[in-house]
Write a protein that binds this ligand. Structure first.
Ligand code: FAD
Length: 540
């Protein structure tokens, strides 16, 4: 098969590890979330020799647990974060231009009880559109009760007869990370997952690289002129490798939970932003055969966990308001199909206790041994964050780096026309059920055909995922474990309830490619079953 640009092949992992140790890099990046991926792409495009080291899988931390909106955050206007809103609202177009499959424009419905409330929303939305330089054809609309009843039959339009409806963009967070990492790899970056940084290499009193342990226990040294810490919720732990005396307190960790329901239980066509009794806003987002609802925002003291728990109180908080807005029977926690929780690595605001009120701004610091650390921010603002981080990297390297020329599309983003036409084209050329093409184009964009070449047969128990995705994940996207495929490549762990039969087929297929023993295949399946059970433990 023809070569795929920027492939991160699992089979070539041993060679990648050897190459990492052999070379002196300009920049080694700790972490494999959106912050690291954006910086890696920008740095590689500037011609720097870049290495990326991720302790788990790419996007295994916060960057696979978001609400999956590429948005300016309308609600941050109320907090007075005008500069942040302007930047991220404008970034929506930039992300869309590079990856139209990973930034799909959708209507967001903001319902209200009275004309006066709608007027308040309209003022906010108009300012948001002005800051985001939104084109006239994409500006908000005002829906009446009749329009609401027509567009959203399940919505309780008699109680909320007005709505302001505006554009937001929907992404697939972990796949946006992968697309940026692959783009960095295509520009020469060396990228490895399951490789934890556990110490710094020093030359005098300056950081000159990192010491890494792979999950199989191999130790290696990766030398670099500059070390960058993009470890998200773990950024302070990595900072203490630089100096154990560095006090905690830079970050404020806040947990956010999402739950999914069958689409038939909450049949919505558009995205919704709803005000809940404590004054916060939550989202309702339809996705394939499910709809997800999120998010919570609660302070998490102590050590960040990779798989934070989804608690019954979180689930009840998200489900309780639904009957205020929709004409549906109350939803019970047992009806939840899947759930996920993530930690926001926010920059602590002295004196602000309520995490909802903490700014989503980012910050870059240079530590006592010259390690550049970045935290805060949002998925949406990953490109400006990368530029800010590289300005500080330039200080460490002793030369200004300038901005990269990064207008080229991300992998899968090189198609003309909109997603709907790509979807129709795939349906036609491969004689596929529309459901399958709809899902594939939103995950793989213009690369969908190449995924299908590897196997167009449906995976057991699902109506829209194909077997070729397993091979693609291993050959092109560096998946090393079944969990990587289920959660962060195909996203079936989030938007489906993968059956034992599906896990068996997927594990066998991966096992054949990666030479797994029967015991390992069983182990991989068990690990995913445990993950799925962990996220739904509140139902017990
Ligand atoms: P992470 O994604 O956590 O990446 C850090 C990585 O570093 C991890 O993968 C970790 O394994 C790795 N690591 C840690 N220690 C080491 C080590 N020693 N060696 C090697 N690797 C290490 N933003 C939006 O724009 N839109 C949204 O809709 C949105 N919704 C959100 C909803 C929720 C519930 C949450 C929690 C956040 C949301 N965000 C959203 C914010 C956004 O998701 C985060 O800002 C972003 O994902 C943070 O990415 P990161 O790369 O900094 O951290």
């Amino acid at each position: 098969m023809p070569e795929v640009p920027g492939a991160i092949s699992t089979a070539s992992r041993p060679a990648a590890l050897r190459a990492l140790a052999a070379e002196r890099h300009d920049l080694v990046i700790i972490g494999g979330g959106i912050s690291a991926a954006g910086i890696a792409r920008a740095a590689a495009l500037l011609g720097l020799r870049v290495a990326v080291l991720e302790a788990h899988d790419y996007a295994a931390g916060t960057s696979s647990r978001s609400t999956k909106l590429i948005h300016g955050g309308l609600r941050y206007l109320a907090l007075g974060d005008i500069a942040l809103v302007r930047e991220t609202a404008r970034e929506r177009k930039e992300v869309h231009a590079r990856a139209p499959h990973l930034a799909e424009p959708r209507w967001m419905v903001l319902p209200s009880r009275s004309r006066l409330d709608r007027l308040k929303y309209r003022v906010g939305v108009s300012l948001y559109e002005y800051l985001g330089a939104v084109a006239s054809g994409d500006r908000h609309q005002n829906w009446s009760r009749v329009e609401l009843e027509h567009e959203e039959p399940a919505f309780a339009a008699q109680r909320h007869p007005f709505a302001c409806v505006y554009r937001e963009y929907l992404t697939e967070d972990a796949r946006l990370v992968l697309a940026n990492l692959r783009s960095a790899a295509a520009a020469g970056a060396q990228i490895v997952n399951y490789a934890r940084v556990h110490a710094l290499l020093l030359e005098g009193d300056r950081a000159a690289g990192v010491r890494v342990r792979t999950e199989s226990g191999d130790e290696l040294e990766v030398r670099a002129r500059c070390v960058l810490n993009a470890a998200g919720p773990w950024v302070e732990d990595v900072r203490r490798l630089e100096s154990p005396e560095l006090a905690k307190g830079w970050l404020h960790l806040s947990k956010g939970v999402h739950v999914t329901l069958p689409a038939a239980r909450l049949p919505v066509r558009n995205l919704f932003m709803l005000e809940v009794p404590d004054g916060r806003l939550i989202f309702v987002i339809p996705r394939g055969s499910l709809v997800y609802i999120g998010t919570t925002d609660t302070t998490v003291p102590g050590t960040p966990e990779l798989w934070p728990s989804v608690d019954l109180a979180d689930v009840q908080y998200l489900l309780a308001p639904l009957t205020r807005y929709f004409d549906i029977e109350p939803v019970r926690p047992e009806e939840v199909v899947s759930a996920w929780a993530g930690l926001r690595p926010l920059i602590a605001d002295v004196g602000t206790r309520d995490p909802t009120e903490i700014s989503r701004r980012d910050e870059v610091l240079i530590g006592p041994r010259g390690v550049v650390s970045i935290a805060g921010g949002k998925l949406t603002g990953y490109r400006p964050m990368a530029r800010a981080a590289l300005a500080r990297v330039g200080e460490v390297l002793g030369r200004p780096l300038g901005d990269p020329e990064d207008a080229a599309p991300l992998p899968g983003g090189d198609f003309t026309g909109d997603l709907a036409s790509l979807e129709r084209e795939l349906t036609r050329t491969h004689s596929l059920p529309p459901l399958v093409s709809a899902r594939l184009v939103r995950l793989y964009g213009s690369e969908s055909s190449r995924v299908l070449e590897r196997g167009a047969e449906l995976l057991p128990g699902v109506a829209d995922a194909v077997i070729g995705e397993i091979d693609w994940a291993v050959e092109i996207e560096g998946a090393l474990h079944l969990e990587d495929v289920v959660y962060r490549r195909t996203r079936l762990g989030l938007y489906a309830s993968p059956s034992d039969a599906l896990l068996a087929v997927a594990a066998d297929r991966m096992g054949k490619r990666l030479g797994w023993s029967t015991e390992q295949i069983e182990l991989e399946r068990d690990r995913v079953r445990q993950r799925l059970a962990h996220d739904l433990a509140f139902r017990a």
